[in-house]
Design a protein around this ligand. Structure first.
Ligand code: NAD
Length: 494
C-alpha cells in the first residue's frame, strides 16, 4: 500500500509532477481544533497557475482522443486506490477541516460513490442524428455532436473539499477535458493526496493538476486566463459575483454553487422522530457548515412545543471537542468551526438576533473547558422569537445555530421560507400529498426534499436559484456543462 503522508505530497501537482511554488513560498494548514500546523503547502501565484494551465492545454488533444472506456477505467483504478486508504485520508481531512473522523469518512465515501457514478456514465455520452428537410437533397441529415469544452478550472471551498472536488472532477474527466483543481487555502491536504492517488492510477501528465494558493492569485488566474474555457465554482455568493465579473466577459462556461439558507417546514402530521432527526442532522452536520444545511425551521403551531422539546434534548447531547476522538454515548461529537473568523461571525449574527428580542434556548456559547481554548469550538444553539428581518434569518448562517419559528399553516411557512435572498434547498415533512405538492411547487429553491434530510445525491441534479447560484452539479445533467455541442449537416443525394 502506498504511504499517504509522504513528504512529496506537501507539494502541488502540475503536469504529472510534484512541484513547489516558483517563489518557494508556502502556506501553513492549521488544525482548527487545536491551532497546530498540520502541514505546509506551496503558495502558488499567477505564474505557477499559468504553468498548470499550459500543461492542461498541452494534454488536452491526446486526452480528448481517449475512449470513454479508457477514461472510466482510469477513474475506477483511482477509486480503488483511494478506497484502500480511506481511513488514513479521513484522518487528514478531519485534521485540516475540523470535522469528526466519522463525518470525514462519510465525505470520502460520498466522493468515491460520485466518481464511480460518473465512471459509469462515460460510455453513455452521446449526440444524435436528425433528419433534415429534403430541399438540400434527399436523405440529408444533421449530426449533434458532443465534444469536450477544453481546459477546466475547479474552484472549491473548505467545508466539503473532497465531495465538491468529485462533483467537478468526475464529469470533467469523462467528457474528455483536462482540469486544474484549486482547493481552498485552508483545506488542500486531502485534496492533493487524492489527486496523487488518482494520478498513480495512470492519468497522462497534465490531465489532472492541483494548484494551491490564494483565491486572488490562483483563482483569479483561472477566471481570467482565456485558455480556461470552463469554471466550476463552489463558494460564497459574494465570490460568485466576482467569478461572473471576471470570467463572464470572456463567455466562459460558468456554474456557480453558492450559499444557502434552507427552510425546513414541519406539518402536524409529520413523523416526529424522523423530522427531529432531519432537523438535527440537517442543521448540525459538519458543525452547521453546509450550503444545504437546514438554516431556518418552521414548525406548525400544533406540534411546535413538542417538537422543540425533543429537538433541544438531542441538541444538548452534542459535545464539542477533539474531532479525532469519540465521546461516550449518548454524547455526540461536534468538531470546531473551521476558522476563528467563522465563529466570530456566528456570534455576531446571534448577538444581533438577541439584541432584537431573540431567546437562546440552548447553547450559543464557547465551551469553558481550557483544553479546548485553542480550537474554534461552539455549543450548538436553538433560538426562538427571532425577528424575520434580522441577520440570523436573512444572511447565511454558516455554523451550528438554528432559528425556529411557529407557523399557523403551510401558506405562512412557505411565505416565510421564501422571504430570503437564497434559494438552494428546502424541505417539507408531512404525510399529506397535497401539502407536499404545494411546497414543491411554491418554495423558491433548487431542491425540495419531502420527508428526507437535506443531502446532495450523486444521481440527481443539484443547484440553486436566486443568490444560490447558476447551473447544476451532480447527475447526468452536470456532464452537459463540460461538453460543447457541435452541429454538422451531411448533404443528401441530388
Ligand atoms: P469562498 O467563496 O470564500 O471560497 C471558495 C473558493 O474560492 C476558495 O477556493 C477560494 O480560495 C476561492 N476564491 C476566493 N476568492 C476568489 C477570487 N477572487 N477568484 C477566484 N477564486 C476565489 O467560500 P468558502 O468560505 O470557502 O465556502 C463557504 C461557502 O461555500 C458558503 O457560502 C457555502 O454555502 C458555499 N457552498 C455552496 C455549496 C453549493 O453546492 N451550493 C456547497 C458548499 C459550500
Amino acid at each position: 500500500m502506498t504511504e499517504v503522508a509522504s513528504a512529496s505530497m506537501a507539494k502541488m501537482f502540475v503536469n504529472g509532477e510534484w512541484v513547489e511554488a516558483a517563489s518557494g513560498k508556502t502556506t501553513d494548514v492549521i488544525n482548527p481544533a487545536n491551532g497546530t500546523v498540520v502541514e505546509s503547502v506551496p503558495k502558488a501565484n499567477r505564474a505557477d497557475t499559468q504553468a498548470a494551465i499550459r500543461a492542461a492545454e498541452d494534454a488536452l488533444p491526446e486526452w480528448a482522443d481517449t475512449s470513454p472506456d479508457q477514461r472510466a477505467a482510469l477513474i475506477l483504478a483511482g477509486v480503488d486506490k483511494i478506497k484502500q486508504q480511506s481511513k488514513e485520508l479521513a484522518k487528514v481531512l478531519s485534521a485540516e477541516q475540523g470535522k469528526p473522523v466519522f463525518e470525514a469518512m462519510g465525505e470520502i465515501h460520498h466522493f468515491l460513490h460520485g466518481m464511480t457514478f460518473y465512471a459509469g456514465l462515460a460510455s453513455k455520452i452521446r449526440g444524435s442524428q436528425v433528419p433534415l428537410p429534403p430541399d438540400m437533397g434527399k436523405h440529408s441529415f444533421g449530426l449533434v455532436m458532443k465534444r469536450p469544452v477544453g481546459v477546466c478550472g475547479a474552484i472549491i471551498p473548505w467545508n466539503f473539499p473532497i465531495t465538491l472536488m468529485g462533483t467537478k472532477l468526475g464529469p470533467a474527466l469523462i467528457a474528455g477535458n483536462t482540469i486544474i483543481v484549486k482547493p481552498a487555502s485552508s483545506t488542500p491536504l486531502t485534496t492533493m493526496k487524492i489527486i496523487g492517488l488518482m494520478s498513480e492510477a495512470g492519468f497522462p501528465a497534465g490531465v489532472l493538476n492541483c494548484v494551491t494558493g490564494p483565491g486572488r492569485e490562483v483563482g483569479e488566474e483561472l477566471l481570467s486566463n482565456p485558455t480556461v474555457r470552463r469554471i466550476a465554482f463552489t463558494g460564497e455568493s459574494g465570490t460568485g459575483r466576482r467569478v461572473m465579473e471576471v470570467a463572464g466577459p470572456q463567455f466562459k462556461r460558468i456554474t456557480l454553487e453558492l450559499g444557502g439558507s434552507d427552510p425546513m417546514i414541519v406539518m402536524p402530521d409529520a413523523d416526529m422522530r424522523k423530522a427531529v432527526s432531519g432537523a438535527l442532522i440537517g442543521r448540525f452536520w459538519n458543525a452547521g457548515q453546509a450550503c444545504l444545511a437546514v438554516k431556518r425551521l418552521y414548525l406548525h403551531e400544533d406540534i411546535h412545543d413538542e417538537f422543540l422539546e425533543a429537538l433541544i434534548k438531542k441538541v444538548n447531547a452534542y459535545e464539542p471537542g477533539d474531532p479525532s476522538t469519540k465521546p461516550e454515548k449518548p454524547a455526540v461529537r461536534m468538531g470546531p468551526l473551521h476558522t476563528a473568523a467563522q465563529r466570530d461571525e456566528i456570534e455576531e449574527q446571534l448577538a444581533d438576533a438577541v439584541s432584537k428580542g431573540a431567546k437562546v434556548l440552548c447553547g450559543g456559547k464557547r465551551p469553558e473547558d481550557p483544553a479546548l481554548a485553542k480550537g474554534h469550538f461552539f455549543h450548538p444553539a436553538v433560538v426562538t422569537n427571532v425577528p424575520h428581518d434580522c441577520r440570523l434569518v436573512q444572511e447565511e448562517v454558516f455554523g451550528p445555530v438554528l432559528p425556529v419559528f411557529k407557523v399557523k399553516d403551510l401558506d405562512e411557512a412557505i411565505a416565510l421560507g421564501n422571504d430570503n435572498q437564497y434559494g438552494l434547498g428546502s424541505s417539507i415533512w408531512t404525510q399529506n400529498l397535497q401539502w407536499a405538492h404545494q411546497a414543491i411547487r411554491e418554495l423558491q429553491a433548487g431542491v425540495t426534499w419531502v420527508n428526507q434530510i437535506h443531502y446532495g445525491y450523486d444521481e440527481l441534479p443539484f443547484g440553486g436559484v436566486k443568490a444560490s447560484g447558476i447551473g447544476h452539479e451532480h447527475g447526468p445533467e452536470a456532464v452537459e456543462y463540460y461538453l460543447e455541442t457541435k452541429g454538422a449537416v451531411i448533404g443528401g443525394l441530388a
